[in-house]
Design a protein around this ligand. Structure first.
Ligand code: 5AD
Ligand code: SF4
Length: 436
């Protein structure tokens, strides 16, 4: 019997990839992907508890599924991802209509668990931390990939850093790296099916240790024919080795862009966050990366309103932002995660103050982003074309190696090709140009 499956994805790129994997696994077991919630026989909510907004959205959407279940009692509702791992069977106390809860190390078992679920039988909760390698090793079918020419792949999962605010070590487990041979085999397979860009994923990719160091892994991928670009996320400043910094100079395919979260520009706050670096070492890291690759572009994660963040500490964060001049920032207001070390601290920054600091920070970053974009007018960049614009039929968009989004006149035949584009206009979050 064919079943229709719909997956709602929340949070990060890791979850996007996990959803692609689940669609692939289920397609091999008689399920067909659908966009329609009404038509679905299986609905999966692939959740995130790292970002507060993603967490709240997943829970509110879960609440909205109850009428669908009432209308179609055979509907299977499954929860996967970080919320599933964190809450486990507690989800069923609040939402007894959930059928399946699958944790972050059990993703590879999704099809088996759904298929074995007998109608009317009780809920299944599978959240043990065992071995996540089988899940990391799954290669999604190319038809489920975001775009045929960009392939995301997991190289590791979990985190050993225990930043005091962060739930990741508890919901994704300790760091586990995939063997470099299966990674390289997967990259070759993607290259053979048309991938131009390889995007390596993990909570802490630069502490990768699956039989090779991270720089060695990058070097080996750089040697694979057909691949034109390599990107990775997320990195921890403390794991930015000299060898890795040198890769930006020596590896042709490694894009001149890095997402390097700093979280705070205050040494007192960084210490309380257990980040293991200072603002001075972060800034010198940026300098060294710029020396290795002068046209390096940066983005980062930053948080405001951590317990004990004084006005001066906040000003230190703004000062760091002004010094680095990131192309973009993912900015958050601190919120408590149960069970983390920071949850035991007295949160002495009011919600009002947190929001005011966040708004002000975002205003400052907006200005820097547009100024960075303006400075690119007149320059020529290689743009890997991702698709045609939904608003302007005659336009295509893609990304430069620095990760800027560029729109220019062109048609669908350009998708997946690299075009040299001269920048003519700077927009708040993108560039406009003309093919040269
Ligand atoms: N409160 C606010 N932001 C958080 N992040 C992680 N945990 C919290 C929290 N408790 C942010 C960090 C991290 C990003 C993925 O989410 O900036 O880098
Ligand atoms: Fe969380 Fe820190 Fe690990 Fe990043 S490095 S996943 S913020 S514990």
């Amino acid at each position: 019997m064919k079943r229709y499956v719909k997956i709602f994805t929340y949070g990060c790129q890791m979850n996007d990839l996990d959803s692609q994997k689940m669609y692939s696994l289920l397609a091999g077991h008689g399920c067909e992907a659908t966009d329609s919630t009404k038509k679905a026989d299986v609905i999966i909510l692939n959740t995130c508890s790292v970002r507060q907004k993603a967490y709240e959205k997943a829970l509110s959407n879960l609440g909205r599924l109850l009428p669908y279940k009432k209308r179609k009692p055979s509907l299977i509702i499954a929860i996967t991802g970080c919320v599933a791992q964190q809450a486990g069977s507690h989800i069923l106390e609040r939402m007894p209509y959930v059928d399946i809860v699958i944790g972050t190390h059990q993703l590879h078992r999704i099809a088996e668990i759904i298929n074995e679920k007998a109608p009317g039988s009780g809920p299944v909760v599978e959240t043990s931390f065992s071995d996540c390698i089988p899940s990391l090793d799954i290669i999604p079918e190319s038809r489920f990939r975001e775009s045929g020419h960009r392939s995301y792949l997991n190289i590791m999962q979990g985190c050993d850093n225990y930043c005091s605010y962060c739930i990741v070590p508890y919901v994704r487990g300790r760091e586990i790296s995939r063997d470099y041979r299966s990674i390289l085999q997967e990259v070759r397979q993607h290259a053979a099916t048309g991938a131009k860009e390889i995007f390596l994923l993990g909570q802490n990719v630069n502490s990768y240790n699956g039989g090779r160091t991270f720089p060695q892994l990058l070097q080996a991928i750089d040697d694979i024919d057909g691949i034109e670009r390599i990107r990775f996320t997320t990195s921890h400043p403390k794991d930015m080795s000299d060898d890795l910094i040198a890769c930006f100079q020596t590896l042709d395919k490694l894009c001149n862009y890095i997402h390097l979260p700093f979280q705070s520009g205050s040494n007192t706050v960084l210490k309380a966050m257990n980040r293991n670096y200072t603002r001075e070492t972060y800034l010198s890291l940026i300098d060294r990366l710029r020396s290795s690759r002068p046209d390096m572009a940066f983005s980062a994660d930053v948080m405001v309103g951590f317990p004990g963040e004084t006005e001066q500490a906040y000003q230190d964060t703004l000062d760091l932002i002004e010094r680095v001049r990131f192309d973009g920032l993912f900015s958050f207001k601190y919120s408590e995660r149960p069970g983390t070390q920071a949850a035991t601290l007295v949160d002495d920054v009011s919600l009002e103050e947190k929001l005011a600091r966040l708004r002000n920070l975002q205003e400052i970053q907006k200005q820097i982003t547009i100024e960075n974009n303006r400075a690119r007018i007149g320059e020529i960049f290689e743009v890997l074309v991702d698709g045609t614009s939904s608003r302007h039929e005659e336009q295509v968009y893609g990304r430069t190696r620095q990760n800027s989004i560029v729109n220019f006149t062109g048609d669908h035949s350009l998708v997946g090709t690299t075009v040299r584009v001269a920048i003519t206009r700077a927009n708040p979050n993108s560039l406009t140009g003309e093919a040269v």
